[in-house]
Design a protein around this ligand. Structure first.
Ligand code: HEM
Length: 538
């Protein structure tokens, strides 16, 4: 485990973590001076005014006044747990990352979350769930920052502020807290049809999981793996829960929001305490690393598309087990900082434009949320691999760095000689060839098909599951004030599936859109060839 009481450079950091003030013999000030009374302020007489000279009162109140930090701008509500990941070894052919080797055991911390609600919102709302895993590997920290839905609302990260502004509570009323049942959300997704696939998953039973323990997780983007020989493959990451995938039904979710808003948090905590340790297999869908980065005609850089498992099976490569609850929610769950750029040798990014914005966003937001650039020194964020960087000073610097020359090259301080084997163990970006390109602000034409996969998804569901989707759309859209927004979303649904549209229209008491209202729908020729599995016509 990471040392608790020393900085990354070995210097003492002051109060050890795990300190239990309640059980020590004496209370002290923050300076270690023993107190004899923390219950009364210093006053001029028992019934007189409080004295400004009461430095203990001032320290106690000052610290309390600053206990809160900003909540995450998204995924504010969450719960987390510690555990371990054991590699099966079968991924070594395609990935050199040490934590995937056979029997390699790596400590992990996982945080599950909802996306839209604030820290105090209820657990069982209809929403996407975050599934973020920090692997403290010997080669540095790897974060897999995924969701329980395999696709995303947008294809380009520049739209993230738009989708979140639309989905968060209305700016004037701060309503609703945590659900998508409101005008701005449906206004945006009915105009921005690349969101359709994600919205279909949200409105399905996947939007109301039974438990964090029964959720799948997805890395969503396509990543690039590298093996010892330097050969590359493209992959999508999947978490498959050993308990299977289970959801609530809508009425249960609604009741639980009232009866026990902490339902998922409590379920995770209680399961781990009772020894029912939740487990997931990490799986990979593997695709050849071709220059066009497509597979069977599906653009692997488009985060609104899946690759059906029938075309690329998910191969299990390791087992995650959550074994220990946090000791302190703030220190661990609140302060943990995930980042898609935390990569280890053997795992690299692709040119997915959604992923690239995330590579900027996580560090940037944590700078504010965690109060400056030194949040990697917070215990939950410390790598378990040795750290030897030349990052210095800044707010909340805990390390006492020795030496005089934190720069390179230098001739004064050892100069950080380059070891012959450093290149082997280092993270080296894949020397990917970038086609001769012209600077543009637009997406590839392959990003244009917004309806084929939502249709495949809807038609892959059982009749009961389809009925749940219809009822979810009807419930959520019924909450919109603007009739034009409902009508526009019906046009979107008509392009997904005629029965879905007709039944939601009936539920809302609105006419079914006429055929001439529908604009031409681009369909993916590559996917329609699998029409025998999922009918895409009519
Ligand atoms: C937080 C997943 C897209 C910005 C999170 C968290 C997860 C997540 C799981 C919570 C992490 C935690 O538990 O602490 C995803 C997935 C995405 C996606 C799967 C798409 C595939 C984006 C995009 C942006 C973004 C496009 C911005 C351009 C953020 C920010 C946070 C966050 C700012 C808060 C982080 C913090 O305060 O530590 N995301 N996200 N995300 N995400 Fe994303």
């Amino acid at each position: 485990a990471a040392p608790d009481t020393v900085s990354p450079t070995g210097a003492p950091t002051g109060a050890p973590t795990g300190v239990n003030a309640q059980q020590d013999a004496f209370l002290t000030t923050s300076q270690g001076v023993r107190l004899h009374d923390t219950d009364h302020s210093l006053k001029a007489g028992e019934r007189g005014p409080t004295l400004l000279q009461d430095h203990h009162l001032r320290e106690k109140i000052m610290h309390f006044d600053h206990e809160r930090i900003p909540e995450r701008v998204v995924h504010a509500r969450g719960a987390g747990a510690h555990g371990e990941f054991v590699g099966y070894g079968n991924a070594a052919k395609i990935c050199k990352a040490g934590f995937l080797r056979e029997g390699a055991t790596t400590p992990v911390f996982v945080r599950f979350s909802t996306v839209l609600g604030s820290r105090g919102s209820a657990d069982t709302v209809r929403d996407t769930r975050g599934f973020a895993t920090k692997f403290y590997t010997d080669e540095g920290t790897f974060d897999l920052v995924g969701n329980n839905i395999p696709v995303f609302f947008i294809q380009d990260g520049i739209k993230f502020p738009d989708v979140i502004h639309a989905a968060k509570p209305h700016p004037d009323r701060e309503i609703p807290q945590a659900q998508s049942a409101h005008d701005t959300f449906w206004d945006f997704v009915s105009l921005h049809t690349e969101a359709t696939h994600h919205v279909l998953w949200n409105m399905s039973d996947r939007g109301i999981p039974r438990s964090y323990r029964t959720m799948e997780g997805f890395g969503v983007h396509t990543f690039r793996l590298v093996n010892d020989a330097g050969e590359t493959s493209l992959v999508k990451f999947h978490w498959k829960p050993k308990l299977g995938v289970h959801s609530l039904v809508w009425e249960e979710a609604q009741l639980l929001n009232g009866f026990d808003p902490d339902f998922h948090r409590r379920d995770l905590y209680d399961a781990i305490e009772s020894g029912a340790h939740p487990r997931w297999e990490l799986g990979l869908q593997v695709f050849p690393d071709t220059p066009d980065q497509t597979f069977e005609g599906i653009d692997l850089l488009d985060a609104t598309k899946i690759v059906p498992e029938e075309l690329a099976p998910v191969r299990p490569v390791g087992l995650l087990t959550l074994t220990r609850n946090p000791t302190n929610f703030f220190a661990e769950v609140e302060q943990v900082a995930f980042h898609t750029g935390h990569l280890v040798p053997g795992i690299d990014v692709t040119d997915d434009p959604l992923l690239h914005a995330r590579l900027f966003s996580y560090l940037d937001t944590q700078l504010t949320r965690l109060g400056g650039p030194n949040f990697t020194q917070i215990p939950i964020n410390r790598p378990h691999a040795p750290v030897n960087d030349m990052l210095r000073d800044g707010f909340h610097q805990h390390a006492v760095h020795a030496g005089v020359a934190p720069y390179k090259p230098n001739s004064l301080d050892g100069g950080c000689p380059f070891h012959a084997d450093a290149a082997d163990k280092a993270f080296i970006e894949v020397p990917q060839r970038i086609a001769e390109a012209t600077k543009v602000r637009r997406a590839a034409a392959s990003f244009d098909d917004h309806f084929t996969q939502p249709r495949l998804f809807f038609r892959s569901l059982s009749p009961l599951e389809q009925d749940h989707v219809i009822r979810a759309f009807t419930f959520e859209l019924a909450k919109c004030y603007e009739k034009t927004i409902k009508e526009r979303e019906l046009l979107v649904l008509a392009r997904v599936d005629a029965r879905l549209c007709a039944e939601v229209a009936a539920g809302l008491g609105l006419p079914v859109p006429e055929a001439q209202d529908l604009r031409d729908v681009p369909t993916s020729p590559a996917l329609s060839q699998f029409g025998h599995t999922w009918p895409v016509d009519g």
